[in-house]
Design a protein. Sequence first.
Length: 480
Amino acid sequence: MLTLPSGFAFDYANLYGDGKVTGADIAGIAGRIAAAHAAVGHMRATGEVRGHLSKDGVPEKVLFSQLPYVAAGNLNSPESIRRLKDFGASLRHRTDAVIHFGIGGSYLGNRVLFDAHCGEFWNSRSPEERGGYPELYFSGNNLDPLRTDDLIKHIRAAAAEKTPYRLLLVVVSKSGGTLDTMGSFMVVHEALRQVPGLELSVVAVTDPAGGDKATLLKKLANDSGWPTFAVPDGVGGRFSVFSEVGLVTAACIGFDLDAFLAGARSMDQACLEGDPRTNPALLNAVLKYLAAANHGRNIEIFMPYADRLKAVAEWYVQLLAESLGKRTDRQGREVFYGRTPVVAVGTTDMHAQTQQHQDGARDKVVQFVRVAAWDSDPVIPDAFPSARELTKISSLRMSQALDAALEANAQALAADGRYSAVFHLPHLDAFHLGELLYLLALSVAYEGELADVDAFDQPGVEAYKRIMSPKLAALKQAGR
Ligand code: PA5
């Protein structure tokens, strides 16, 4: 178990040792571990990553590791944080609802912050119960016509109940032209802009470049007078939760963005050493890399035991899939690298996926996430004393039963030589969430180096886009 002073811990007992990843496995790549650590150190200091090119084929810096450090002249500065907080304060007791438009890296981190902080029932709470912060809805994460229409109807109905009804549309797109995001935004904007009593405003979050390089969204914002926040250069979508992309959502819901960045910073500081035994991101990368390369564990099930953390698993799917799912290494040789990420939630998926984890192919690592202390933790009552079987669990706190389920799952897997590990969060809060997300982001940077693949590009997503664009053009032509 590697435990940090904050209480965050990585328990890798079921991933390392006899019959698992061994000391000999690690010794066998000692030189590569040292090189990976040096390369990530260089990335942290300069933003340079060997061989990394932008979508346009030009060298591009990788700057996400600078985001936790708030200082004048940095990507997150005291002024930018102040502006975000002012923005959040301007919504309190004033704005009724926010709709966030974004997809992929412009959505998944935002969803993590929303779920962790707000839970499932935020939008049905009163403004007072929300601390004066607005309701928040997501759109643009799909092109689903029915859900989009449902959302429009829901907002129209709310606006019919309250006048004026103040709605803010937050449109997030680094490229500024993503079909899903912009298509949904246009549908919703058009449907709501003339609803009587509904006051509509828009904020855009996009690449800040101006002039010829301005994104479509940036141009629209300039022409329409919408305020903007920035997706900084050198910060890819899947790493952008620590930038204004994620922090805008944090500001909208009163999530503690200082603590979130402090958690990321604290994890960065905990990951400075080159010894995997003391550096949790390097340790995670080394063990998962070796579990796949030497032991065939090519699937990673990310399984938080907390409903509010399901979105972390979804965020991690993108992080792992886009960062490490690569056809070629940096020498251009075909390697078809990358573990397949899978979303699971405990205890829910113990009643669905665990059969496969326990008895299916031995090709998985199950990565559990445990929350140690809960803000609410009901005791299971002895509600039906005549039902003897049920009295077995009465008087236990729900979290005790949840922990027992996680431990039993890990033990059953281990007893059959199956690999798992646990991230322990002392508490579900902004600080520890910042630690967890940052650890995972830094870990894929290390693993990219170990596997010698570019963890910061995603050329594979261009293939379908090349086919889809002409299809859309043909559809439009046919409709004329
Ligand atoms: O990680 C990525 O680059 C992608 O998932 C993008 O975040 C996603 O495609 C959305 O792109 P954009 O922010 O340009 O709209």
